[in-house]
Design a protein. Structure first.
Length: 317
C-alpha cells in the first residue's frame, strides 16, 4: 500500500479537561474523528491531497464546535467575516479569500479562486460576487449564529478590545481549523479556515488565509497549516518558514516545526501563542504547539486514528 496520511487541527489554546461537559467534549472528538476518517478513506481510494484537505476542512467548517464557517465568532458590528486558504504542493497553485460574509464553506470559495479566477487572493464583496458566479453556497445570518459566541461578543462589543479564541482569558476556546495531507502519488496539500477574532474591527485579516503565513504546501518540502494569534504568525511568515528551514537549512520536519513554535515564537518581539500541523512527502507528521492544548488528529496508512485535545503527551506524533 502506498504511503498516505491526513492530519487535522481545530485550534490551539487554553484547552483543559475541566472546561467541557462530557457532551461537548464528545462532540469535539467525534467531529475530529469524522474529519480524519473522511480524509483517510478518500486518500485510500486514491484521491488527490488537494481534494482531501478541501473536503476535510468543509467537515470542520460545518461544525459549531470550531471558529470557522458555521461556528464563526462575531465582529464588532455583529457580523461574521470569514477567511480561508488552500494550496496544492504539486504545482504551488493556491487560492484564498478573506472578509467574506454568509459563505457556507469558505474553503470551497478559496478552492474556486485557485482553480477559476486566475488570481490567488480575493477579498470581501468581490470574492462573494466571484463565489456566486461559480455557485458557491451562501447561507443567511441565522445559519452562523451561536449563543455562546454571541454572548462573548456582547460582553466586549462596546469596548476597543478584541478577544482571541486562543487566549488564556477565553478558556472556552473554539478555534481555527486546518488540514494537511499526503496522497498516494506523493503530493501534499494544505487548507486553513477561520472566523478570526471576536469583536474585530476595520476588516482585520489574520494569518489563516495568507499563503506562506498560515497556509503553505510544496512537494519539495512539506504542507503546513497554522493556528494561534495571527499577528505573530504573519510577522514570522510561519508556514513558509517551516518549508525554508527544511529546504535551505536541512532540518527535519519535526526540527523545523519545533524551532518555529517553541523557540522563534517565544522570542520577545513575537510572543506568539499557537501551533501547527505539518506533513512531508515521505509521510512524516509534525504536530507542535506552545499552548496548553490543541484540537488535533491524524491517521497514517495502515495505522489507527489518533485524536487528542489536551497536553502534548496525550497523543504520539
Amino acid at each position: 500500500m502506498s504511503n498516505f496520511a491526513i492530519v487535522v487541527h481545530g485550534g490551539a489554546g487554553t484547552i483543559t479537561p475541566d472546561l467541557y461537559t462530557a457532551e461537548i467534549e464528545k462532540g469535539i472528538r467525534d467531529t475530529l474523528y469524522e474529519a480524519v476518517e473522511a480524509g483517510y478513506y478518500l486518500l485510500g481510494d486514491g484521491e488527490a491531497a488537494v481534494n482531501v484537505v478541501s473536503h476535510v476542512v468543509m467537515v470542520l467548517e460545518n461544525s459549531p464546535f470550531f471558529n470557522a464557517g458555521k461556528g464563526a465568532v462575531f465582529t464588532n458590528d455583529g457580523t461574521h467575516e470569514l477567511e480561508a486558504a488552500i494550496m496544492n504542493g504539486a504545482d504551488l497553485n493556491a487560492g484564498a479569500a478573506c472578509g467574506v460574509k454568509n459563505v457556507r464553506n469558505p474553503v470551497v470559495l478559496a478552492r474556486k479562486i485557485m482553480e477559476k479566477s486566475g488570481h490567488v487572493y480575493l477579498h470581501g464583496k468581490g470574492a462573494e460576487e466571484f463565489g456566486r458566479l461559480y455557485h458557491v453556497a451562501f447561507e443567511p445570518d441565522e445559519y452562523f449564529f451561536d449563543q455562546f459566541r454571541y454572548d462573548e461578543w456582547r460582553k466586549i462589543k462596546a469596548s476597543n478590545t478584541y478577544r482571541l479564541d486562543h487566549s488564556k482569558d477565553n478558556a472556552k476556546k473554539f478555534g481555527t481549523v486546518g488540514a494537511v495531507a499526503l496522497d498516494k502519488n506523493g503530493n501534499v496539500a494544505a487548507a486553513t479556515s477561520t472566523g478570526g477574532m471576536t469583536n474585530k474591527k476595520y476588516g482585520r485579516i489574520g494569518d489563516s488565509s495568507i499563503i506562506g503565513a498560515g497556509t503553505y504546501a510544496n512537494n519539495a518540502t512539506c504542507a503546513v497549516s497554522c493556528t494561534g494569534h495571527g499577528e505573530p504568525f504573519l510577522r514570522a511568515v510561519s508556514a513558509y518558514d517551516i518549508s525554508c528551514l527544511i529546504e535551505y537549512k536541512g532540518l527535519s520536519l519535526e526540527e523545523a516545526s519545533n524551532y518555529l513554535i517553541h523557540e522563534k515564537m517565544k522570542q520577545t518581539h513575537l510572543q506568539g501563542e499557537g501551533g501547527l500541523i505539518a506533513i512531508d512527502t515521505t509521510g512524516n507528521i509534525s504536530i507542535a504547539f506552545n499552548t496548553v492544548g490543541m484540537y488535533r488528529g491524524y491517521r497514517r496508512s495502515g495505522e489507527k486514528e489518533h485524536i487528542a485535545l489536551y497536553k502534548p503527551n496525550e497523543m504520539p506524533a
